[in-house]
Ligand binder design. Structure first.
Ligand code: ATP
Length: 719
């Protein structure tokens, strides 16, 4: 290897500079020059050897010139040869130099190349070290980042938010630190900033105490008057006058005060003229009255504010109704202005009077019916008992006005009813089926009837009376319907048909009927629709079928002399339990739709008159029946409809009195679990844990779990 390296070194062409080359060539050139000089000298000097004999014709001069010419030519030739040789060498040297340069470039020339290689190696080492450092720094950074991420995840450290500067703010940021604010230092005004006191003084507008002002003005006036009197000498004479004026002024000031301070008084302390929009709003809130509809007339705050007329007000007083109930406050003014009404209010809240009184007022303006052309007004109810009860309520007010009322219900002789109708009556209270029979038999005509009330309209539709109801409504004159266009002005001299619907529950099914027959109705709602009154304490007991009887007996025994209605779902159950309770010694009667009307009447009257204190009933008693002071309602067999539950328990806690309702719930009743739980939550009643936990109480039957509530759904908190 060593040998080949040295060979390589020797075999390599050596770069020779021009100066070096010239130095190296100098002896050769000098030699050549000497030899040329010798040659030149030898040519110009005679030869030392005897010269050949010249030819006879030899001319020394000629001979001399010829000799000189040939020597010049030789010299020129030599010079040319020299020049050529020099040129060739130069060419060779330059080519050698180029090749050497290339080789140096490739391998590095000799010792320099060695040094350079050393330098290169050092450089490479330094590069490697630098690269290593860089990689180490990067790894360190990675480790730090990882640590930060772990800290953030487990210790919840918050990364400081990077402040993002919008391009628009980049060049125009006028933010300044609080510490940069020097205005406090400069102006003492800012050192004691005053808080805003919007109600300084006595809380009067703009801080003006009008009472103080008036007091000062009164004192000033008194002083001036005294001075005047003193000057004129009429002190004695004016004394009395002065007192009078003082009293007058005091009264004026008082009335001014009253007027001035009216915003501070409750609506109940104000006259009708003083009521502001805000007062009406508070009033509506106080009685949970809400309206839906346009151009709604103001509710009435008291009977005296109603336009019922003196006779009717006397009758109201006679009935012992001291104050109107909320539904009466809202619905009576609507009925008096002949607006179509949908009234929804809790059970026992006086809905009957709410539609009967404006109906009376309407009839009072019309001439008495002379013959069978009546009636002027019609009330439809789902059950005979309810129709008869409404009749009784109506008669209370009708007598004072000489208005005749006839009830037309099933289960009685139609001929007797036809006779009464023939004799003439202003109001007919009817069940839809029997009235339709009368209309078809021409015992009754409705061509003068322009006031119609559907009491418990939802129940009538439930019971399948919709076709009969529609037929009855179609039998009324359609020419008196209000115009479809709500904005069209009504002719004050004309009579338009007024249609009203009342119930404690108004399911969407009623809307269809309402849309067809009611014109621009005002929907009055008192409280939450469908909600049971807060006067009723609701108890729900999760029981087994076998436990019910024992519990019922226990409850009825505890009842003592108080009254109770026991609801069952079927006629058979009513019969069975009536017998059973009678055998156990309870004073009990039963009522259901399978009984004759006479027997039904005996049972209900017996219960009303306290001949018995327990009434076992089907749902014919659930709607509208008003028996005063029912202490307890027992849902022995629970119905699966929440509306029926509401109406059943509504037989107690009526007309402002308290009541108790107990319902026996079994696993058969899962269909009502959801609604019942909602109802109990809404009325702050205890929900039995078995009901609260039950799967069926989490979703409405038939609804997909997790679906968002629909428009008509009522969803309460604390599900
Ligand atoms: N303003 C009133 N003041 C005192 N008692 C009233 C008043 N209005 C009605 N009542 C009485 O309240 C009781 C219930 O009235 P009503 O039967 O009209 O209630 P309701 O709302 O129709 O009940 P339901 O929804 O069960 O049919 C009745 O005994 C009635 O005489």
């Amino acid at each position: 290897m060593k040998r080949s390296a040295s060979w390589l070194e020797t075999a390599k062409p050596v770069f020779v500079t021009k100066a070096e080359r010239e130095r190296r060539q100098a002896p050769a050139v000098a030699d050549r020059r000497h030899s040329a000089a010798d040659l030149f000298r030898s040519l110009h000097q005679p030869p030392l050897l005897p010269s050949p004999t010249p030819p006879s014709s030899f001319n020394p001069s000629l001979c001399n010139s010829a000799y000189r010419d040939s020597s010049d030519r030789d010299r020129d030739r030599d010079r040319r040869h020299d020049l050529d040789r020099d040129r060739r060498r130069d060419r060779y040297d330059s080519s050698c130099r180029d090749r050497g340069k290339e080789r140096i470039r490739e391998r590095g020339p000799g010792r320099d190349c060695h040094r350079e290689r050393e330098q290169d190696r050092d450089g490479e080492r330094a590069d490697r070290n630098r690269e290593k450092d860089r990689l180490e720094r990067m790894a360190e950074r990675e480790r730090e980042k990882e640590l930060e991420a772990i800290k953030e995840q487990y210790l919840g450290c918050k990364k400081p938010k990077k402040q993002v500067i919008k391009p628009s703010e980049k060049f125009r940021s006028f933010d300044w630190e609080n510490t940069e604010d020097t205005s406090r230092d400069m102006n003492t005004l800012y050192q004691l900033p005053h808080e805003a006191r919007p109600l300084f003084g006595r809380g009067f507008v703009a801080g003006m105490d009008r009472r103080e002002q008036k007091k000062a003005a009164a004192q000033h006036e008194k002083k001036i008057r005294a001075e005047l009197r003193h000057r004129t000498g009429a002190e004695d004479r004016m004394e009395d006058d002065d007192d009078l004026v003082g009293k007058k002024n005091a009264a004026a000031a008082d009335s001014y005060d009253t007027f001035d301070m009216r915003v501070d008084r409750h609506w109940s302390e104000k006259s009708l003229a003083e009521m502001t929009e805000r007062d009406w709003r508070i009033f509506r809130e106080d009685f949970s009255i809400s309206y839906k509809g346009s151009r709604v007339p103001r509710p009435m705050r008291s009977w005296s504010e109603s336009n019922l007329g003196a006779e009717l007000l006397l009758a109201v007083e006679g009935a012992g109704y001291r104050k109107p109930s909320p539904i009466q406050m809202a619905a009576i003014p609507l009925g008096l202005s002949q607006r179509d009404v949908i009234g929804i209010a809790e059970t026992g809240s006086g809905k009957t009077a709410a539609f009967v009184l404006p109906m009376m007022s309407y009839i009072a303006q019309l001439p008495p019916i002379s013959d069978e052309n009546g009636p002027y007004a019609l009330v439809l109810a789902p059950t005979r008992e309810l129709a008869q009860q409404i009749e009784e309520e109506t008669v209370k007010f009708a007598n004072c006005l000489g208005i005749r009322v006839v009830s037309v219900v099933g289960g009685q002789q139609i001929e007797g009813q036809a006779l009464k109708l023939k004799q003439g009556c202003e109001i007919v209270i009817a069940t839809p089926g029997r009235l339709l029979d009368c209309l078809e038999s021409r015992y009754a005509v409705l061509n003068q009837c322009n006031y119609v009330v559907l009491d418990e309209a939802d129940r009538m539709i439930d019971m399948g009376f919709e076709p009969q109801v529609v037929a009855v409504l179609d039998a009324m004159p359609s020419s008196n319907l209000k115009p479809e266009n709500e904005d069209e002005k009504l002719d004050e001299r004309r009579i338009y048909r007024t249609t009203c619907m009342f119930s404690a529950t108004m399911p969407p099914a009623v809307e269809r009927l309402a849309r067809k027959y009611l014109r621009h109705p005002v929907v009055v709602t008192i409280g939450t629709p469908g909600k049971a009154t807060e006067l009723i304490t609701q108890n729900v007991m999760m029981v087994k079928e076998s436990e019910k009887k024992f519990l019922l007996h226990k409850m009825l025994r505890e009842l003592g002399d108080k009254t109770a209605i026991v609801f069952c779902n079927t006629r058979e159950s009513v019969g069975m339990h009536t017998k059973d309770l009678a055998n156990k010694g309870f004073r009990v009667m039963g009522i259901h739709g399978g009984k004759s009307q006479a027997k039904r009447d005996i049972s209900l009257d017996g219960f009303r008159n306290r001949h018995c204190n327990v009434l076992v009933a089907t749902d014919i008693l659930a709607r509208g029946i008003d028996v005063p002071d029912v202490a307890h309602v027992i849902n022995y067999e629970m119905h699966n409809s929440i509306e029926i539950y509401t109406h059943r328990i509504g037989r107690t806690g009526r007309a402002g009195k308290k009541g108790v309702a107990t319902s026996f719930l079994t696993l058969e009743n899962t269909d009502i679990f959801f609604d019942l739980k909602q109802m109990l939550i809404q009325s702050n009643s205890p929900v039995p844990p078995e009901l609260a936990r039950h799967e069926a109480s989490r979703f409405r039957p038939g609804s997909a779990p997790g679906r968002p509530p629909r428009r008509n759904d009522t969803v309460f908190a604390n599900r």
